[in-house]
Design a protein around this ligand. Structure first.
Ligand SMILES: Nc1ncnc2c1ncn2[C@@H]1O[C@H](COP(=O)(O)OP(=O)(O)OP(=O)(O)O)[C@@H](O)[C@H]1O
Length: 332
């Protein structure tokens, strides 16, 4: 991956604990460290409750981290000094939400929803400029400028998600956190919204954190993928490699759970059970993300590194053999 590229976001040892009234705090995010490079899409996957949304909300500074740092564009988001700096941060980082029904105010027109950020950041000189900008944004996301005076309930789920995307784009952000932006949509609409996000990324040089539980969709949109479980990152690497040559057993079990529209694959598919007890860290031996092959990390102890290196070599051999087999099939 683009090692020479600029790190737009650095998450360092992020901890986000919630006091849920029990003796122990809930460790929703527990020592997460990862970077996101400018212009890339980082896919964050994991099962429900693994802490993906909490990570996104911590990054956009809806929470004060329990511990750790979030550095955006070189600045610690917890240490922004002036009002100007804080305002700039709220403009540059935007969020798109899972539920396009709950995230749009039903009493506001589409125009006012989209223009909210334009107003806050004084990005239009007058009413005309504001209206023109909204019309342009509606066009950008594949909606009609006549839609501006309507209300959210008049739109389908996919259209509402497009309105949410227009609202995020309105302030010319650098970084967008898309929190399960397609999981509430019809399958037939999902690809359209993903393609729109991809097009916008190219046109506007955007950087994405794309949160999802479905690894197959994340693989399609992401450059790199991070796999999360119980508040921790277990594996990080290039999207293709994590998907086709997973190192951690948990990642392999997630992939084996994804239905694939290929009868041959389905017949041979083996559901890989995952024993979370393997993740028991109560032995006190320190674990962290170790780089096993260039850019591909797995959370483990120092002693486990050779085992993972062997696994990576086996995976690569298998992938090579499969590629050769495919090439032979094509020749026949
Ligand atoms: N504000 C909060 N107060 C207390 N606990 C919370 C809070 N927000 C999240 N949690 C808990 O933190 C854990 C992680 O939740 P989070 O929503 O981040 O997971 P997720 O991976 O995004 O799941 P989902 O896919 O269901 O949205 C869960 O156990 C959740 O109940």
């Amino acid at each position: 991956m683009p090692e020479q590229k600029k790190k737009l976001l650095q998450v360092k040892h992020l901890k986000q604990y919630f006091n849920v009234g029990k003796p122990d705090e809930l460790h929703a995010v527990d020592d997460m460290t990862f970077d996101i490079y400018e212009g890339e899409t980082f896919g964050l996957v994991g099962e429900s409750g693994s802490g993906k949304t909490t990570t996104g909300r911590a990054i956009i500074h809806l929470y004060e981290p329990t511990d750790g740092e979030i550095i955006f564009n070189g600045k610690d988001v917890s240490q922004l000094k002036s009002r100007k700096e804080r305002l700039e941060f709220t403009r540059e980082m935007q969020m798109i939400f899972q539920d396009p029904y709950a995230s749009l105010n039903p009493r506001m027109t589409v125009r006012d929803i989209i223009a909210e950020g334009i107003d806050i950041h004084h990005l239009a000189k007058n009413e005309q400029e504001r209206n023109d900008r909204v019309a342009e944004l509606l066009d950008t996301v594949g909606l009609n400028k006549d839609h501006a005076s309507r209300y959210p309930h008049e739109f389908s789920g996919g259209q509402r998600q497009r309105i949410g995307i227009a609202r995020a784009l309105a302030v010319d952000p650098k970084f967008i956190i898309a929190d399960e932006p397609i999981s509430a949509l019809d399958v037939s609409i999902q690809a359209q919204v993903v393609n729109l996000l991809k097009d916008l990324q190219e046109k506007h040089g955007l950087t994405y954190l794309f949160i999802a539980h479905d690894l197959s969709m994340v693989k399609y949109i992401s450059d790199r993928i991070g796999v999360m479980h119980y508040g921790k990152l277990l594996e990080v690497g290039p999207a293709d490699e994590v998907y086709t040559q997973p190192l951690h057993d948990y990642t392999a079990s997630l992939i084996s759970a994804v239905p694939v529209p290929d009868p041959e694959f389905e017949r041979n598919r083996r559901q890989i059970p995952y024993d979370a007890a393997a993740e028991d860290e109560s032995d006190g031996v320190p674990r962290k993300l170790h780089e096993i092959t260039p850019g591909h990390f797995v959370r483990c102890t120092e002693a486990e590194v050779p085992m993972y290196k062997e696994r990576a070599a086996e995976n690569a051999k298998k992938a090579q053999a499969q590629a050769a087999e495919r090439a032979e099939l094509i020749e026949d």
